[in-house]
Design a protein around this ligand. Structure first.
Ligand SMILES: Cc1cc2nc3c(=O)[nH]c(=O)nc-3n(C[C@H](O)[C@H](O)[C@H](O)COP(=O)(O)OP(=O)(O)OC[C@H]3O[C@@H](n4cnc5c(N)ncnc54)[C@H](O)[C@@H]3O)c2cc1C
Ligand code: SF4
Length: 332
């Protein structure tokens, strides 16, 4: 690891100024991702701005929404009574992520901004467009078992990066229509969660639309009727901590056996958390049944493209969607 300067501001504007005034400065929260990247020589910030002393640890219900401070720990969010009562889908997704020890360190802001787990990204001896744009993507011809099936083009030159976004929490936040509140040198702005993460396109090095000197302050989740019929399904290689091969967040509002309102999102399938808008349209207004769930899952798979080792996701993803919807709907 290279030497770096370490600051511990207590005011938001001090933290933002410290990063805005130095191109080689980075915020650090729990450090569970950033320190790994530093140890492996993938990033080498000259200044670390530790944000743990900023007042961003509150969870509060206000103006029809739940506001969760960016420095709240993943374990505290998952156990918070307001989260469990209002957004149990978020609690389930958080509890499916990482391990207890990691959740005790990982923060909400850091989880949203965590880097991909593509193994080639972490191997500095091999080309990677995300690490260094225009050097190539080792995963395309490599072991791409964990990689994306959505949001990539058919042609090789459209596949600048086929990595997936690894967060469980973000899949639930997308389903819950969250908004990310950020603050930069110019003040506050709100970014819809659906617009927060990016597809790779010609800038695979960028994961999000956040500016480098913008601080995530909170996430805001509007009140929603998804408290009873929800399920977060995570398919992974082992039951202990492992990233999702595919995951599904399913949330239903049911009125007399009919779907009044629905959200369906997935993780492990794209460069960003992925919402199944077309499948939601198929489901809305329908009577609950496995047949309808299967139709929706098939529609959701339109446009999916596999590589040599991840074709199994073309079957696994729709099956996982159907299973998550069945559990959410409590039908067997
Ligand atoms: C072994 C292992 C297994 C894991 N398994 C899972 C899993 O199954 N599911 C899952 O979802 N995650 C998993 N994770 C990832 C873990 O959840 C993330 O590392 C964690 O959420 C990152 O949060 P942090 O606070 O430690 O971020 P940090 O490492 O401190 O920061 C991460 C990035 O976010 C930036 N940042 C942090 N906070 C802010 C802010 N408020 N504003 C602006 N920028 C900010 C930092 O500059 C850095 O770029 C795993 C991690 C490990 C090491
Ligand atoms: S998939 Fe993305 S992160 Fe992985 S090697 Fe290719 S460019 Fe790098």
């Amino acid at each position: 690891m290279k030497p770096f300067q370490y600051l511990r501001p207590t005011k938001l504007n001090e933290a933002i100024d410290a990063v805005a005034s130095d191109p080689n400065a980075r915020f650090i929260a729990g450090g569970t991702n950033l320190v790994d990247l530093m140890k492996r020589g993938i990033v080498a910030p000259e200044k670390l701005v530790d944000i743990n002393h900023l007042p961003l640890k509150k969870i509060e219900q206000k103006d029809g929404m739940l506001r969760i401070g960016a420095l709240t720990l993943n374990s505290d969010v998952a156990q918070h009574k307001l989260v469990i009562a209002k957004h149990p889908l978020l609690a389930q997704a958080l509890n499916a992520g990482a391990s207890g020890q990691l959740r005790n360190m990982a923060t909400v802001g850091g989880n949203i901004l965590q880097q991909t787990r593509c193994t080639y990204f972490y191997d500095t001896a091999l080309p990677c467009n995300k690490r260094k744009p225009e050097t190539g993507c080792s995963a395309l011809e490599g072991i791409n078992r964990n990689h994306a099936i959505f949001g990539i083009g058919e042609k090789a030159d459209q596949k600048s990066c086929i990595a997936v976004h690894p967060s469980d929490m973000c899949v639930a936040l997308l389903a819950l229509d969250a908004t990310v509140l950020v603050m930069g040198p110019g003040g506050e702005r709100r970014i819809k969660f659906a617009d927060f993460h990016r597809l790779p396109g010609d800038r695979p090095d960028l994961n999000t639309n956040l500016e480098k000197d913008e601080l995530i302050v909170a996430v805001e989740i509007p009140d929603a009727p998804f408290t009873k019929h929800i399920h977060y399904l995570k398919v992974r290689d082992r039951a202990s901590y492992a990233f999702a091969l595919v995951s599904v967040a399913a949330a239903l509002e049911i009125d007399q056996n009919r779907i009044k309102n629905v959200r369906l999102t997935m993780g492990g399938v794209a460069h960003k958390p992925w919402r199944m808008y077309e499948a939601e349209k198929i489901l809305a207004g329908q009577t609950l049944s496995e047949t309808v769930f299967r139709q929706a899952a098939e529609v959701a798979m339109a446009g999916a493209i596999s590589n040599e080792h991840n074709a199994y996701k073309l079957k696994l993803a729709p099956n996982a969607m159907v299973e998550a919807l069945k559990i959410a709907a409590q039908i067997s």
